[in-house]
Every structure is written in C-alpha cells, then in structure tokens.
Design a binder for this molecule. Structure first.
Ligand SMILES: CC(C)(COP(=O)(O)OP(=O)(O)OC[C@H]1O[C@@H](n2cnc3c(N)ncnc32)[C@H](O)[C@@H]1OP(=O)(O)O)[C@@H](O)C(=O)NCCC(=O)NCCS
Length: 165
C-alpha cells in the first residue's frame, strides 16, 4: 500500500491551519458542540485540548499531514479507553482517499506500539463517505444501533465498524 500521509502529534502552531480548515461551517458540524474551532481563538483551545488529552493518555490525537507538501489536512483521534476512532479532513482535501492511508497508519500504531487487538468507529448511517472509507481500510460492519445516551446523536441510526489488528 502506497501511503501518502504521515501522522504526528499536534503543536499549538497548528491552530492557524485548523482555523482555516474549519472556516466552512460544514466542517465544524463534525466536532463536539463545546469545541468547534470557528476562529483562531477557538482553534487554539481545540489544539490545546488535543495536546492535554494526549499528555494525560486519554486520547491519541494525530494531525494528518500530506507527505508531498507537509501540509496539515485533518485529524485522526484514537480514544485509548475503548479503542474508538474519530476523524475528519478539511473540505479541500477530501476526495483523495487520504483517510484510508491515515487509518492504516493508526492501525499499525495501535497494533505495534499500543498492543491493541482491535479498533472501531461508529458512523451515522447516511455518512456514505465515512462508511466507504472504513470498508476500504479493512473495517467490517458489526451492528446498527441507536445511542440514546448521546444527546447529539439521539434517535440517529449508527453503524459500528471494527477492524481486528
Ligand atoms: C469521511 C472522510 C474523512 C472521508 O474523506 P476521504 O478520505 O477524502 O474520502 P473520499 O471523499 O475519497 O470518499 C470515500 C468514498 O466515498 C464516496 N463518497 C463521498 N461522498 C459521498 C456521498 N455524499 N455519497 C456517496 N458516496 C460518497 C467517494 O466517492 C469515495 O468512493 P470510492 O471509494 O468508491 O472512490 C471525509 O468525508 C470527512 O472528513 N467527512 C467529514 C467528517 C466525518 O464524516 N468524519 C467521520 C465521522 S464517523
């Protein structure tokens, strides 16, 4: 597999590019309501939280960078408590299957460094791009469910995908 991206920890200097990538309101829909990076200040808060989460070993949040241009294009985040993934790409960088590459790298890291046995992600049924991405990255459909404890996703059908490592 020819990998075109690399993963690295966030630094506070990434806030500018995060603000640019999230300038379009569609991009911000995918963030938790309390940490939507809408401008430079909120992008700084977002990046600081990602760094804190990593330091306290809650989540491994990785900036995704293209190898060709060393440009920050999105994020992939692994919750260490339960091996759950979340991810996004800035709008201008979608349509190139970059996230398949990022998922492969995070899977290798989870297997080789963290000794995890599986990874999973929950996807809204209508999110075809994310479902296709997970399938391409060797995740398998497990179950459909609704999570009525999660206020944001109440009554929404979620599909769980899992990859054994
Ligand atoms: C999910 C996401 C990371 C995928 O980005 P990507 O790697 O650029 O993926 P692509 O845009 O290349 O799309 C993957 C596939 O879905 C297809 N697709 C994309 N949008 C689609 C749509 N609206 N309807 C149907 N198919 C669609 C593409 O044609 C492509 O198909 P292919 O594999 O047959 O070529 C990106 O769409 C994104 O950041 N979305 C917003 C955040 C998000 O959804 N996060 C995941 C939450 S679970």
């Amino acid at each position: 597999m020819h990998i075109r991206v690399k993963l690295r920890p966030f630094s506070i200097d990434d806030a500018g590019q995060i603000a640019v990538l999230c300038a379009n309101p569609e991009s911000r829909n995918w963030f938790p309501a309390d940490v939507r990076p809408a401008d430079l200040d909120t992008a700084r808060t977002y990046v600081k939280r990602a760094i804190d989460d990593r330091d306290s070993q809650r989540c491994a949040a990785f900036a995704i960078e293209t190898l060709a241009a060393s440009q920050l294009i999105g994020e992939i985040r692994l919750c260490l408590r339960d091996a759950k993934l979340a991810y996004w790409l800035g709008l201008p960088f979608r349509g190139n299957h970059y996230m398949v590459d990022a998922l492969e790298l995070v899977a290798r890291h989870a297997r080789d460094e963290l000794r995890l046995e599986f990874l999973y992600a929950d996807v809204i049924r209508e999110n075809i791009a994310s479902r296709r991405t997970l399938e391409k990255a060797d995740f398998r459909f497990q179950a459909i469910f609704t999570d009525d404890t999660a206020r944001a996703w109440r009554h929404v059908a979620l599909l769980r995908y899992k990859r054994m490592l």
